[in-house]
Structure formats: C-alpha cells, structure tokens
Design a protein around this ligand. Structure first.
Ligand SMILES: [Zn+2]
Length: 94
C-alpha cells in the first residue's frame, strides 16, 4: 500500500513577506514581525509604544529604574497631640 497523503492537505502557515512569522499586537491588533518590534516584549507588542500604553510602563524603563526610597510613603499617623493649656502664671504684684 502506498501512502496517499499529498502535500495539498497541509494548511498554509501564516508568514510575512520576509517569510517570517507575524504576530498580532495585543494592543493595536496590528500584524507585525516580532524581530522588528521595538518592544521588550516583542512577542506581545508591535512596538514599545504599545507596551508602554498597555502596561503603563516599559520593561526597558524598569531595568533602569532605581528602587524608590520609602521616604515617599505618607508619614505615620500620629495620635492627636493634646495641647495642654500652658498655665500662665500671673505676675505676682505686691
Ligand atoms: Zn501595537
């Protein structure tokens, strides 16, 4: 018995003009070639602008970011300071 499965049964894969696989940007739904993406997440976004717009930050920017000091946190709430009335001693007049 000869194998009768021909090449016609193979589905044509989706490839770009450079015969490179194209992906769909999750933000702008644009087809793009991952190797030409400027995003750090080039398998997800077509450019760093889409990465920035979707995440609110860029991965590349995060790598250069310094950990923020805790001084930016709001100060601990202190209990209400009870102002004791200062006893004003009247000048003793003879
Ligand atoms: Zn995009």
């Amino acid at each position: 018995m000869a194998d009768t499965s021909g090449p016609d049964s193979l589905p044509a894969p989706v490839f770009g003009p450079d015969s490179e696989e194209m992906l769909l940007c999750v933000r702008c739904d644009l087809r793009y070639v991952p190797s030409k993406s400027t995003s750090s997440l080039r398998l997800t976004y077509c450019s760093f602008l889409c990465e920035l717009g979707d995440l609110g930050f860029s991965i590349a920017g995060l790598e250069h970011m310094e950990p923020k000091p805790k001084a930016l946190e709001p100060p601990a709430v202190e209990p209400a300071v009870e102002l004791e009335p200062q006893p004003t001693e009247p000048a003793t007049v003879d």
